[in-house]
Design a protein around this ligand. Structure first.
Ligand code: ADP
Ligand code: ASP
Ligand code: MG
Length: 387
């Protein structure tokens, strides 16, 4: 029987009614003759709510305990969806990440999947059951519960699809990957297909419709990702191998960044401290006496403590964390000339914002800037470069 992994995100299972509709969709796939493994995210804003709860208890919660807490969100969804399916007459069983054999590194709150030992999932599929897996979580080689970083249920889905030799369908509240976030740029259009490389750059630049690590995994294992809307029509975006002719794939924005500046000689110390807190540098520059690091704070849940430690251990450190963001343009052959770079610089200047740092790669131009101008910058750049 063909196997399919279907992943439903937080907005798709946000209420009991939506959960029931998802159960009906899964039941239809099962009746169509497929073996179905479903990956679910936490309901609606559950993960944010749990995080807020933790911060009420402690300003710098231990990362191990945070993972115990945050992984509970997906457990709720998996059990409820399994109940809904059983009520529809479709035998189902739910598993946590650990029970599904998702083995990860021990980097709490940003763990990476090392291996998937999907024996129990396979056994239950063979019995004709739909298997529901809690996304975003795994178990480390030291047997600790870990989470995969925000948006990590996508990674669970791709990793399971690879382990099961299955198709991978990722359902959310948009009909696929657009040339920009359709909530920010209403004229954004859906892309029929993207290469892994384009999608990786878009995701890394803040297009959270697919998680960057999930796309990296898909690329390594050659898994095509079908991104669709849960409650919409059959339109989709397929992310798969193969190059595209030169084109601009899209514009993305990212909030919640920090910029650190410090004496270049202390780069090694700074990176060591960041690593101990699970904070990953997006960009590093050390052109002269001073070095700079751009950080994504999304999975750094003890930033005030980390910041204080950096300030205490690195004399001359300057940290900006409020209202820093980045706007990026992604596409094939983008840095062949200066057209895109000039457009980015000119757009930020028109908006009265100076680029704090610029980064280019063969597929991406990124400008770090004041987060207040991101939406306008995205709209203007989309209009000029994409149409
Ligand atoms: P889920 O909870 O299902 O995982 P997410 O909220 O993580 O869904 O991702 C879907 C959201 O991603 C959309 O609601 C949309 O606002 C946002 N998004 C950002 N960039 C893009 C893009 N380029 N194309 C489509 N959606 C995008
Ligand atoms: N529930 C987690 C989050 O909100 C994981 C996910 O949705 O993929 O980030
Ligand atoms: Mg998501």
């Amino acid at each position: 029987m063909p196997v399919v992994v279907q992943k439903y995100g937080g907005s798709s299972v946000g209420t009991v009614e939506k959960m029931r509709k998802v159960a009906e969709k899964v039941a239809a796939a099962r009746r169509a003759g497929k073996d179905v493994c479903v990956v679910v995210s936490a309901m609606g804003d559950t993960t944010d709510d749990l995080l807020a709860l933790a911060k009420q208890i402690s300003p710098a919660p231990a990362r191990r305990e945070l993972d115990m807490l945050l992984s509970a969100g997906e457990r709720i969804s998996m059990a409820l969806l399994s109940m809904a399916l059983n009520d529809l007459g479709v035998p189902a069983i739910s598993f946590t990440g650990s029970q599904s054999g998702i083995i990860t590194t021990d980097s709490h709150s940003a763990a990476r999947i090392l291996e998937v030992r999907a024996f129990r999932v396979q056994e239950e599929l063979a019995k004709g059951k739909v298997v529901i897996v809690a996304g975003y979580q795994g178990v480390s080689t030291r047997k600790e519960v870990t989470t995969l970083g925000r948006g990590g249920s996508d990674t669970t889905a791709v990793a399971l699809a690879a382990a099961l030799g299955a198709d991978c369908e990722i359902y959310s509240d948009v009909a696929g990957v657009f040339t920009a976030d359709p909530r920010v740029v209403p004229s954004a259009a859906r892309l029929d297909a993207l290469s892994y490389e384009e999608m990786q750059e878009l995701a890394a630049a803040g297009a959270k419709v697919l998680n960057a690590q999930a796309v990296e995994f898909a690329k390594e294992r050659g898994i095509a990702i079908h991104a669709r809307s849960t409650f919409g029509g059959p339109e989709e975006t397929v992310v798969k191998g193969g190059a595209h002719p030169e084109r601009i794939a899209g514009v993305a924005v990212q909030k919640g960044l920090a910029l650190l500046g410090f004496p270049a000689a202390r780069l090694g110390d700074v990176l060591g401290i960041l690593e101990r807190h699970g904070a990953v540098a997006l960009e590093i520059a050390a052109p002269g006496e001073r070095a700079g690091v751009a950080l994504d704070l999304e999975n750094v849940h003890d930033w005030p403590v980390l910041r204080a430690q950096l300030a205490a251990e690195v004399p001359g450190l300057a940290a900006e964390d409020e209202a820093i963001g980045a706007v990026s343009v992604v596409g094939t052959g983008i840095s062949a000339g200066h057209r895109v770079l000039r457009a980015v610089a000119a757009t930020l200047a028109e908006l009265g914002a100076r680029p704090r740092a610029l980064f280019t790669s063969p597929l991406r131009v990124t400008a770090y800037c004041d987060a207040a101008v991101l939406k306008d910058a995205a709209r203007r750049l989309h209009e000029q470069l994409v149409g």
